[in-house]
Structure formats: C-alpha cells, structure tokens
Design a protein around this ligand. Structure first.
Ligand code: AMP
Length: 227
C-alpha cells in the first residue's frame, strides 16, 4: 500500500485468540519486513511493571482477563503510532480487539494519510488454545514466547534469544485463560467479518508447527523468502 505522499507503507493486524501464536508470528513478520512490532499487551504489561498511572489503571482488567476500556487502549496505540518508526508501517499484535478499536484504527491511519494492508487471522481450535496457554513461558526481557512441551528453551528458565529470565504470565492460569477466551469469542470474533467485508482478511491455519505457520503467513504477504 502507498500513503498519501506516494511512499510505500505496510500496516498489518494480527488476529487470533490468546495462544494462537500472534506474538510469535508478529516477531517473524516484523523481522522480515523491518517493521516495528506493536503489542498492546506488552505495552500494558510494561506500564504495570513500571507502576505508571496507566499501569495502575489497567492492572485489574488484565488480572481478571477482561479487556482494558477502548478509550484507554486507543489512546495508548495512537501515541505509539505517532512515533517516527511507525511512519512506514507496523505489525499490530493484540490490537484491535473490539469493533470500536478496529474503526478507531482505520480512522487513526486515515488521519495520517495511511491505510491498513491486511488483517491476518491465525485460526486455532479452542481445545488447542487451552493446552498452549497452560504451558506458556515468556521472556521477561524480550517477550519471546516458549512452551514447555512444543517449544521449550535450550536451557530451562532462560531465553534462547537474549538470556533473559522466563516467567509464566499471571493471566495464564486456568480461570483467567477461560475468561480471556470467552472475551475473545464475544468481542473479537466480530472483527473477522469486519475485515472480510473490507477484503482485507487473510485466514491462516494456525494448528501447524510454528515454522509452517510462518511460511503460510510470509507467503500470504508476498515475501520474497517463500517465492
Ligand atoms: P495479550 O498479551 O495480548 O494477551 O494481552 C493481555 C491483556 O492485556 C488482555 O487480557 C487485556 O486485559 C489487555 N489488552 C491487551 N490488548 C488489548 C486491547 N487491544 N484491548 C483491550 N485490552 C487489551
């Protein structure tokens, strides 16, 4: 896609339930196309960790597995979108999660003379999501995800990529996982129709291994790597 001044841009949204592998694939796409990776969950977790005003506000929603209110989320993303590294594009991971957020994103991009290229939906069945989230470990430093069965780190408790400490997210417990999935099916699945109607939805089978899913995603984005 080109922006209003004729420059090439690439704005992508990753859709899928918690545990579908959005974060993993967002890292692959960001690296391949040299784009910043905007993960709303990471932005909120950093705010909670730093104890900022935003952190205080979002903590209780996150602990319950509920969505942070749209106005707060949209504001945080808009501020990040204004940073110069997002002028050529970015990969949104975990945002938008409601129709209101999706519409706000279209508006925010349009105001900047830009437009969304594609919404990539990583489709994974519900029973598989429960399994994945239960065994998930994340690097405290670089947010790289691991799974104790399907993608364990080389050294237990340590990130392969940066050597950071691995931890289990407090919202990856069984009760909160169930709530997050419930919220996803109620609030986020309507976005599939929204992007389908705009001709932007690309559906990817997310049941396969990480590398096979990456290949499908890169192929759908026209990467030279898989041509
Ligand atoms: P994630 O890391 O994407 O699973 O997000 C973790 C938590 O952050 C979610 O369960 C929500 O509480 C909150 N969150 C992240 N992204 C959004 C969003 N786009 N809208 C509302 N809440 C969000």
């Amino acid at each position: 896609m080109k922006d209003s001044s004729g420059k090439k841009t690439m704005y992508l949204v990753l859709l899928g339930a918690p545990g579908a592998g959005k974060g993993t694939q967002a890292v692959v796409i960001a690296k391949e196309f040299k784009l910043p990776h905007l993960a709303s969950g990471d932005l909120f977790r950093q705010a909670v960790q730093k104890g900022t005003k935003l952190g205080e506000l979002v903590k209780s929603y996150m602990e319950k597995g509920a969505l942070v209110p749209d106005d707060v989320t949209i504001q945080v993303i808009s501020v990040r979108l204004n940073e110069p590294d997002c002028a050529k594009g970015c990969v949104f991971d975990g945002f938008p999660r409601t129709l209101e957020q999706a519409k706000a994103l279209d508006k925010a991009l349009a105001e900047r003379g830009k437009a969304l290229d594609k919404a990539i939906y990583i489709d994974v069945p519900e029973e598989e999501l429960m399994k994945r989230l239960g065994g998930r470990w994340v690097c405290r430093q670089c947010q790289a995800p691991y799974h104790e069965v399907t993608s364990p780190p080389k050294t237990s408790g340590k990130c392969d990529r940066c050597g950071g400490e691995l931890y289990q997210r407090p919202d990856d417990n069984e009760t909160t996982i169930k709530e997050r999935l419930k919220v996803y099916f109620a609030q986020t699945t309507p976005l599939l129709d929204y992007y389908q109607e705009k001709g932007k939805l690309v559906k990817i089978d997310g049941k396969l291994g990480i590398e096979q899913v990456s290949e499908s995603v890169l192929e759908a984005l026209g990467s030279a790597k898989v041509r």
